[in-house]
Structure formats: structure tokens, C-alpha cells
Design a protein around this ligand. Structure first.
Ligand SMILES: [Cu+2]
Length: 335
């Protein structure tokens, strides 16, 4: 019965994106209404000029200045010393995953380990040779056998329900209005491209220890050019690699997706709060595998649009339908 329920639940979750999408579309409308500045700033002649210019970090020719580099918050979007559980989460699947880990799996594992240890200690003490000279010849006990078969099955079924739900959620396709960013893994740095906004690829390299210290960021997690994303808007990452297999992983956003040459992997999520979130390549990819960090800067939507303009791109947030249709007709047809 429980199994049937869990299967039905998994089925429902698999078809949930259409329901979830409506909610996100509403959120997007509010966000767009709150960002009137983007419209005025988008002079088409300027955008064209900027797009032609090389993607300079500060973009001095742009009329719109890039928002100032955001400072990370200690312990947010990065590991903490002595941490025993998952990092604090900032996406909906992240919350479910952390709940599943902290509130369900850990207590279960703990209880089962304690029970088995106690039974073993009891059996060792109670049935030791000196206290129990004539051993029992019992070889079957139907009641106990039923209990130790049915109980684990029930436990597994209880775990399966949220687990299958989370699995389905993690592979939920992105809503149509999601911002598409192409992520490419290289030996040994990341490339980020914004096809919807018309921003060409720029690469992101690790900061040296001195540079990281100077900008108040954790060494080996800090990167020069961050992956700038909007908070509160759905994002679709298209993840691939140019040489060997890498893996794009950001623990606090519950993102981990292999970057495979010749293959496009997709990962969709919405970042709940503005902030800086760090991650690392998580697939052994060569000598400098440990030195190609991921730094995501999630900006409030209005500031994200400002950043897009500062890079000579077209913000899609102001008029998602028009911009998406103009920028990516092929993507629309596919969806
Ligand atoms: Cu790598």
C-alpha cells in the first residue's frame, strides 16, 4: 500500500513542473514590476556597441556600471570549520535534502546502530559460556523472523517516499521563463556564457592566496570572474566540458552535475536569497582539479539586470516573453 502511495507521489512530482511554473511566473512578474530602472537604461545603440567591445571586467565604455562586487558572508555558501551536516541550503530541493538527511536518515542510522550495538552487547553478556553452560538448540522463531523482515521493509518504504520525491524534484525541467546560462568546464577553469542575454563567454579562474585575502574571500574558493545570477528567478544551467569530464558542484544550492565533453547536462534551480555561494569541481580532472573553484554571486533581480546591461547584454527580466522569443526561437520550439 505504502509502495503504491510512493509511486503515485513520484508520478505526481514528475508532472509537478507545470504547477510550480505558474507560481514562479507570478514571482517573476512581481520582480519585473519592482525593476523599472532596467527599461530606461536599455538604449539599443549602446547595447550593440557594448556587445562588440571585448568583455572587459569593468566595462568602462558602458553607461551602466556593474554593481559592486558582493562580499561573502562568513559561513554562508561555504563550509564551516567543524561542520557535521550539510551546508545551509538556499534552494527548495536543498531544504528537502537537508531535512531528509538531518531529520530522517541521521536519526534512523543512529537508532539502528545503537539498537544493534545494544543487542550484541546483551547477547555477549547474557549468553557467555560461564553463565550459559548448556546452549539453546533453538533454530527458528516465526514471530521474530516476521518482525525482523517486516520492520526493515516498513523503514525502507518510509524513507523511499521523500527520497523518490526529492529525486524527481532534482530532475524537474526548467520553466520556460528560466534564465539560461551555459557552463563549460576546462582544464582548469570555468567558462560562463549567457545566450538569452547575449553575453559572450567569459572565463573564471581561481584567485591567488594574496588576492583572496585582499578581497576578504576564502582562498581556493574565490574566483576572479564570478558566475552572476539573479536571486528569486528560475535559472537553467546547461553544463558541458571542452576537454575532460568535470563536475559543477555548489553544495549550498544543492547542485552537482557532471560536465561531460559532447554532452549537454541540464540543472534547474531558483536561488532564494542574494549572496555569494562557493563550489568546486567535483570530478577528478587532472593536475589542477582542486584549483578550479566556482563562485556564484546571486544578485537581487534589479541589480542583475543592471549587471547584464553593464556587460552589453539584454536583460530578459523586463519583458521575458518578447526577449525570449527574439533571442532564442530555437529554444522555444524545443520546449
Ligand atoms: Cu575539473
Amino acid at each position: 500500500m505504502n509502495k503504491v502511495k510512493s509511486l503515485v507521489l513520484a508520478g505526481l512530482l514528475a508532472f509537478a513542473p507545470s504547477i510550480a511554473m505558474n507560481g514562479q511566473a507570478l514571482a517573476q512578474d512581481n520582480v519585473a514590476a519592482a525593476a523599472p530602472a532596467a527599461d530606461n537604461a536599455a538604449a539599443p545603440a549602446d547595447s550593440a556597441a557594448n556587445a562588440a567591445a571585448p568583455a572587459a571586467e569593468a566595462a568602462p565604455v558602458a553607461k551602466v556600471a556593474a554593481p559592486p562586487r558582493m562580499k561573502p558572508t562568513e559561513g554562508i555558501g561555504m563550509p564551516k570549520p567543524g561542520e557535521v551536516t550539510l551546508q545551509e541550503q538556499f534552494t527548495s530541493t536543498g531544504h528537502t535534502a537537508r531535512w531528509l538527511h538531518d531529520k530522517m536518515l541521521l536519526p534512523l542510522i543512529f537508532a539502528i546502530s545503537i539498537l544493534v550495538l545494544a543487542l550484541m552487547l546483551y547477547a555477549m553478556w547474557r549468553f557467555r559460556a560461564s553463565a550459559n553452560p548448556i546452549p539453546s538448540k533453538t533454530s527458528h522463531n516465526t514471530f521474530i523472523e516476521v518482525v525482523w523482515t517486516v520492520l526493515p521493509v516498513l523503514i525502507l518504504l518510509v524513507v523511499a517516499v521523500p527520497s523518490i520525491g526529492l529525486l524527481a524534484d532534482q530532475y524537474k525541467p526548467a520553466p520556460k521563463d528560466a534564465l539560461t546560462v551555459k557552463v563549460t568546464g576546462y582544464q582548469w577553469y570555468w567558462g560562463y556564457e549567457y545566450p538569452d542575454a547575449g553575453i559572450p563567454e567569459f572565463v573564471s579562474n581561481m584567485l591567488t592566496e594574496e588576492q583572496a585575502k585582499a578581497s576578504g574571500e576564502p582562498h581556493q574558493l574565490a574566483a576572479d570572474n564570478r558566475l552572476i545570477l539573479p536571486a528569486g528567478r528560475p535559472i537553467k544551467l546547461i553544463i558541458t566540458a571542452a576537454d575532460v569530464i568535470h563536475s559543477f558542484a555548489v553544495p549550498s544550492l544543492w547542485v552537482k552535475m557532471d560536465a561531460v565533453p559532447g554532452r549537454l547536462n541540464e540543472k534547474s534551480f531558483t536561488i532564494e536569497k542574494p549572496g555569494v555561494y562557493y563550489g568546486q569541481c567535483s570530478e577528478l580532472c587532472g593536475a589542477r582539479h582542486g584549483f578550479m573553484p566556482i563562485a556564484i554571486e546571486a544578485l537581487p533581480p534589479a541589480q542583475f539586470d543592471q549587471w547584464v546591461l553593464s556587460q552589453g547584454g539584454k536583460p530578459a527580466g523586463a519583458a521575458p516573453a518578447v526577449a525570449a522569443a527574439a533571442a532564442a526561437p530555437a529554444a522555444d520550439a524545443k520546449l
